[in-house]
Design a protein around this ligand. Structure first.
Ligand code: DX5
Ligand code: ZN
Length: 240
């Protein structure tokens, strides 16, 4: 299975955002991941439609917008207009999830769903046939640079089984949070087809290209994450 790498711009240098996005694209990134946080659903405030438009203008790669906001129904039109290709909503914020997915598809974007680490996969069972993207949060959402939760690997394996059984053709399984050279193997071996990586790409001491090469190699080689997996030490701005 081909694994796509989606750098998360949350860890990029916002002062040079267009440059960082182009550098990631030139270095072989497959998608660009945009983390939208409202300070309510998660304890952080990040990016809106305006920055999403700037990312859109800087690349032809698919733009993968992750909405960590309350009432996403009120906002995904603006992100669709800003050029999002994929829009992912949290199951925990959508009481009318089936209608939300329908509306996103009507807007011409690829609908995606995700859930927090503590939320059961069963909550997605009814909508799995309707989505183009299903995302496992392998950290508690709200910050970059956190450690991968080892129990996520088993949850990825179960979601892969659900998608293989009932998923729409071509539906992607994305893993988001704590992905790096030590965790990419286990996530892809368990069935992930898209790996989001923020701090591991934009904060790597050897640069973006080397970071993406290492993650892709680890994903292709597979491998397990030991309990108490690696903890990342990072900066202070929205990245723990
Ligand atoms: C966390 C976000 C992630 C995060 C990934 O709430 O959804 O996309 O930015 O960053 P890393 O790879 O640094 O964990
Ligand atoms: Zn994300």
């Amino acid at each position: 299975m081909t694994v796509r790498i989606a750098p998360s711009i949350l860890s990029a240098d916002f002062g040079r955002l267009a440059e960082q996005v182009s550098e990631a694209a030139e270095a072989g990134a497959d998608w660009i991941h945009v983390d939208v946080m409202d300070g309510h659903f998660v304890p952080n405030i990040t990016i809106g439609p305006a920055v999403t438009s700037a990312v859109r203008a800087a690349t032809d790669l698919p733009v993968d917008v992750h909405l960590m906001i309350e009432e996403p129904d009120r906002y995904f039109c603006a992100f669709a207009d800003a050029g999002a290709d994929y829009i992912t909503v949290h199951q925990e914020t959508c009481p009318q999830l089936h209608r939300t997915i329908e509306r996103m598809r009507e807007l011409g974007v690829h609908p995606g769903v995700t859930l927090n680490p503590a939320t059961s996969l069963e909550t997605l069972a009814e909508v799995i046939p309707e989505v183009d993207l299903a995302v496992i949060m392998s950290v508690n959402p709200g910050f970059g640079g956190q450690a991968y939760i080892p129990a996520s690997t088993e949850k990825i394996r179960r979601l892969r089984a659900m998608l293989d059984e009932n998923g729409a053709d071509g539906a992607q399984l994305e893993v988001d949070g704590g992905i790096n050279g030590d965790t990419a193997g286990a996530a892809s071996e368990a069935g992930a087809s898209v790996l989001v990586a923020g701090a591991a790409v934009f904060r790597h001491p050897d640069g973006i290209a080397e970071a993406i090469r290492l993650i892709r190699r680890a994903a292709e080689e597979g491998g397990a994450v030991e309990d108490g997996g690696p903890a990342e030490e990072g900066g202070a701005d929205g990245v723990q």
